[in-house]
Structure formats: C-alpha cells, structure tokens
Design a protein around this ligand. Structure first.
Ligand code: FE2
Length: 188
C-alpha cells in the first residue's frame, strides 16, 4: 500500500478517537452537565488545522486521479458526496466553534443550538469517514498505479501531526490526555 494511503487510513483512526471524545462530551448534555467547552474548542482547532489544511486537500488530490469511467455507481455517488463534505465539514466545524466561543465569552446561546450543531458535525464526520474507508480508499488502491502514488507522495509532503506525534510544547497535551482517559474509561 502506498505511504500516502496508509497515512490517510491512520489519520482516520486518529480522527475516530477524537470523535469518540466529542461523543462523550455531547453525552454530558443528556446527564444535564456541561461539556468541557475549552477541550471541545481544542478538538475542533486540531481538526481544522490539520484535517482541513492537509488531510482533505491531499485526499482531493488523490481522488482527482480516479478515472470516472472505471467507477461503479456506488463509488461515483460516494465521490460526489465526499467532495461535497470536504466543503461542508469546515463550515459545520466553524458553526460549533462559534457556539463554543460565544459560550466562553459569557454570551447566552441556547444549549440546544450547540448540541444540534455539534451533533450534525459528528454525524457528518462519521458518514464521511465510512464512505472514504469503505468505498473510496479501496477504489484508490484499485485504480492508482505505483507511479501515480509516487508522484502524490512527493507532491503532498506529509506534515507532523500536531496532536498525536509532533506535539509542539504543551499544545493539545490536555486533549491528548482526555483521549486516553475517554478510551480507558470505555474499556473498564
Ligand atoms: Fe479522510
């Protein structure tokens, strides 16, 4: 498997760990407790910084090499949907960030707005990852040859992941701890 495709799949595993934390924070609404607003903001900051700036553009570049004539119906539909989600997900994340920033500035916003915005972001992300993992990554593996992968690998120099393997100073340390804690809590 190409290094880049491996990186896409690894990014998704990491993103799923973050979505698990997001889900756990949203569940606090059901218990009538407040989520950790600061942690949620960090989570979205990471997803925007890394996900929207590198991960999605790199995927778009790879998807652009797929030959539409060789895609089956479900692959074509998935490609259309995923391309649209690459545009919509940053907007959905921005809505949630704006809600969180408003709450943290002491503004009164309906709790239901934050809950709805965060839930729709979460469900879009889950659907998005499944479409790529289950339909489009296999299509890439099937269609792209070694030469195309080598050119992509070269063009899309992979940056360090600022949360999981290249934490700069204390940035995201608490978020990383929360991920481990949420996972540990789920295991026990
Ligand atoms: Fe992706």
């Amino acid at each position: 498997m190409s290094k880049l495709l491996e990186r896409f799949a690894a990014d998704h595993k990491r993103l799923k760990r973050l979505l698990f934390v997001l889900r756990a924070q949203l569940d606090r609404f059901d218990d009538d407790t407040d989520p950790d607003y600061e942690r949620l903001l960090e989570l979205l900051e990471y997803v925007s910084d890394y996900g929207d700036q590198w991960h999605h553009p790199a995927e778009d570049r790879a998807f652009a090499l797929l030959d539409p004539a060789r895609l089956n119906r479900s692959q074509s539909k998935a490609l259309e949907k995923v391309t649209q989600q690459h545009r919509e997900l940053p907007r959905l994340a921005r809505d949630v960030r704006e809600d969180l920033e408003a709450v943290m500035r002491g503004m009164v916003i309906p709790r239901s707005k934050l809950e709805e915005d965060a839930s729709s972001y979460l469900s879009q992300q889950i659907e998005h990852l499944a479409l790529e993992d289950d339909i489009l990554f296999p299509a890439l593996a099937e269609q792209l040859d070694d030469e195309q992968w080598a050119a992509l690998d070269k063009a899309m120099a992979t940056p360090g992941d600022p949360l999981f393997d290249a934490r700069d100073g204390a940035r995201f340390d608490r978020l990383y701890f929360d991920i481990l804690e949420a996972e540990h809590g789920a295991d026990s």
